[in-house]
Structure formats: C-alpha cells, structure tokens
Design a protein around this ligand. Structure first.
Ligand code: MRU
Length: 385
C-alpha cells in the first residue's frame, strides 16, 4: 500500500543492509517512523508495546524474531527460550503461535548450522503468503461489495469497520479493508464509518490514516455511534477482522466488535469477518470459554495521546487514579451473529461444518480462486467453499 505515493509493506528486509524494518505504529498518524528490529528482544518489545500489531503482522514479526535469534544461537536451548519469549508477548491472536510453530517445525529437523537461514526463509515465506492471502480476501470481498452497490439506488456503499484490520495489521492489503481497497480501485463509490476504537484508537489513528493515504472517503465516529447509524439505514454492511476464530466460527476481535455484531443483527445489517486461515484456532470450539482475552494496562484507558496546540505530541490524563480502570482488549462474537467468514478461499459459513470443509480444502492445497456466484448480501451458502 502507499504512503505519500510510495509503496510499503508493514514489515520488510532492507535490500541494501539486510536489516529487518517496521513502521512504528505507536507514532502514527502524527509521525512516520521506520525502526530496525536488530534482535529477538526488539521484535518481542515491538509486539508487546504494539509498534507492530494486528494478528497477521504479529505472527510475521515473531517469525522474523525467531530468525534473528537463531542467527546468533541456533541450539535447541535457544530455540525453546525464543519460543517462550515471543509467545509471552500477546496472548489472544493465534497467528503468533501459528507462525512460531511453523518456523519451529522447519528448523527442528535440520542441522543447527542450517537453522538460521531456514528460519529467515520461512519468515519471508510467511510474509509473502500473508500478502497473497489478504489480496485474495480482497478479491472475494469485492464481489460482496459489487452486490451491495447493485442493490443501492444510488450513493456510496456505506461500510462500518472497527479497529484496524487494514494493511498495517497485516503485511499488506489487510483483511477487512482489502475488499475496500479493491472496490475503490474498481471505481465503486464507498464511504467508510471508522470506529475510533478506544482505548488505543486504532480506528482513528491507523484505519483513518490508511484510508486518507488511499483517498477513500471516510468519517471517524465514536465507538458508541454504530448502533444509531445502523438504525437509520446508514450502514450497508460491517466488515471487521479477527484475532482468533474457533473451529465452530466464534470470532474474537478488538473489544467492541461484539456490540457491533449485536447491533448489526438487530438491524438486519450483514456482518462479515475477514480473516486468513492462519487466524483460525482449529483446536478450540467455544470462543467464550477457550480464548484468552488480553488484559492491558489501565493507563491506556486513563490517558490519551494527541497533538497539543503547539503541534507537539502530548499525553494527557482523563481522570484521577483514585478511580479504577479495566482494559480487556478483545471480545468474542458468537458465530450466530456472523453473516460469513471472508477467507482467502472465499466466503465460508461461521459454523463447524463449513469450516471443516474449508480445512479439508486447505489441507488438499486447492488453489485460491474467486467466487463463482454473486448475489446481493451473499451468504456462505453462495460460496464455493
Ligand atoms: O490490539 P490490536 O491492535 O493488535 O488488535 C487488532 C485487531 O483487533 C484487528 O481487528 C485484528 O487483528 C484483525 S487483523 C487484520
């Protein structure tokens, strides 16, 4: 995707120096800073402090972090320490463990001297695959947006999105925003309602930044406005991402997603969740019982960062410490509220049977292809999955 007319990925290896680079997302949108991750500790710190965030990007960064560690010490002891250090950074997004397991599997069976290069190649492969998966999600989602456009008498398609599931949350393209980028490129009229997404404001800081850079009309709203807009027919569909989806279709995403799903259900607004298969945890069924919900620092609720009158980045306190603050970072949307899961293989039902078929398809390496059918407000039964 483009920033100031230049193409970027959210993580990359510098061609000239071989260094691992990231865009520091804690500084956006006020400052655009590129940082170097020199070792596994800086990779872990970047994930923990959310310089990089979003489920697929966390996984990609962890894979590169393993490669950096194994370049220094590729012994079995080092491998096991590095796994622990990285897995401890953030508990909810399953992509983290998925990527770490994938690199571990590649390096475990080979001589110690070959491990660093193999890990680096696998990390690069994970990044390239993520780009391809997200672009495929975009192509499948484009068909949904084209259907919505056909059903409207006129005016732009109005999409509501929560948090940031754009290219900054992945390696490129994004999940929930990929269809929007594809639709914009195809000339569809769009307007995006961007939930600010308290407390970290990934919507107002990151999603709005992405949409601005791509020239896509959007409006930032407070997190509580979505229900009101849906009641008045101002939202044609909701598109969100997922940090972990269970084998039965429950979706865990940024705190506040569940409330949007309830409102969408009450107002007959389709609610799509876009995700690569690397975000599915096949080992669990019940999202409410089985997904660990990250509890972050109360200071994120108590304090806000922004530009002051002098144009300097400043942090302010919103209320005294004498009041407690709680900060659960994710919630679970039960499968029954999900219209469809938009994956790299197409639209899939948020239910065990459809997901089992999807897994079979993935295991048997069917190629990614576009949906063959289109219908207004497509539902998974329309899908080729
Ligand atoms: O806490 P974050 O910013 O890492 O949470 C990110 C989200 O909740 C995204 O919606 C999710 O990772 C989907 S990523 C394409």
């Amino acid at each position: 995707m483009r920033i100031a007319g230049q193409d970027y990925r959210s993580i990359w290896i510098d061609d000239a120096t071989g260094d691992l680079r990231i865009i520091d997302q804690t500084e956006l949108p006020h400052r655009f800073e590129i940082r170097t991750l020199a070792d596994v500790s800086s990779a872990a710190e970047a994930i923990r402090t959310m310089r990089v965030r979003g489920a697929p990007l966390i996984g990609a960064t962890a894979a590169h972090g393993m490669a950096l560690a194994l370049a220094r010490d590729a012994s079995d002891e080092s491998l096991s320490c590095v796994r622990e250090e990285l897995i401890a950074t953030r508990p909810t997004a399953i992509n983290l463990r998925w990527a770490i397991d994938r690199v571990t599997e590649v390096v475990s069976g080979i001589p110690v001297g070959e491990r660093a290069e193999a890990a680096r190649n696998e990390a690069i492969e994970i990044c390239d695959e993520d780009v391809a998966c997200c672009e495929a999600i975009g192509n499948h989602g484009l068909a949904i947006l084209e259907g919505l456009a056909e059903s409207k008498a006129g005016g732009p398609i109005q999409i509501l999105t929560h948090c940031n599931a754009g290219w900054l949350a992945t390696v490129d393209w994004g999940t929930a925003l990929a269809p929007i980028y594809k639709a914009h490129a195809a000339g569809l009229g769009l307007h995006i309602w961007v939930d600010e997404t308290r407390p970290r404001n990934q919507g107002s800081r990151l999603t709005a930044f992405e949409l601005r850079e791509q020239g896509i009309p959007h409006t930032v709203i407070v997190d509580n406005a979505g229900g009101h807009l849906m009641q008045r027919g101002l939202v044609d569909a909701v598109f969100v991402g997922s940090d972990r989806t269970t084998a039965s279709g429950d979706v865990c995403n940024k705190i506040g997603t569940y409330l949007k799903a309830l409102s969408a259900d009450a107002n007959d607004v389709p609610f799509y969740v876009a995700l690569p298969l690397s975000s599915i945890d096949w080992s669990i069924e019940n999202g409410l019982e089985d997904i660990p919900i990250e509890e972050r620092s109360p200071s994120e609720v108590r304090e806000l960062t922004g530009l002051d009158d002098a144009g300097q980045v400043a942090r302010v306190s919103l209320f005294p410490e004498a009041s407690g603050a709680a900060n659960p970072a994710f919630d679970v949307t039960p499968a029954r509220y999900v219209t469809g899961l938009l994956t790299e293989y197409g639209l899939c039902g948020a239910d065990r049977e459809s997901l089992t078929k999807l897994r079979f398809k993935q295991t048997h390496q069917h190629s990614i292809r576009n949906p063959s059918q289109r219908r207004l407000h497509p539902r998974p039964e329309d899908s080729n999955v």
